[in-house]
Design a protein. Sequence first.
Length: 161
Amino acid sequence: MEDNVSITVNEPVVARPMTSANDVMRYIHGINISREDKMTVGRLLIFEAENEYQADVLKRLDHLATLENNWDGYGASAVSPLVIDNLRSVVAASHNADWQYWIISPESNGALCLQSSKKMSSISLGDNEFSYYSCSPDKEVGEDHVPFTPMRLLGVMRKIA
């Protein structure tokens, strides 16, 4: 005898990779949730399928936003909510490929560090400003206390990645 069990799904867990909008729609069609929830899930999964790097950054920011004071055991400050919002605004203004080589980590002062896995480049993002440094065999570039705007930071990311 089968039990009829009803569950509420806030965010479905997808066990297999979605590679296209068609994959997403086929998957959603088989889920027993409301039409409105299917639309919400579909938008999220299509974004993740088509914008893998941006989706990874947003997931990373969600995680970093949960860090509390002393997250490192040495008295580090929690990541500033304004810093999280700043980087989200950069993601919104960017292209998926802009994030391919960037690794994001918290700094002990509540800022975020973006490091390129391709070059010796890093950016430190605070509440109202950022600093960056990049070194290659033929040149070094960098600047401190650059006033933050999403497009200014994105321009630097593209320049030094």
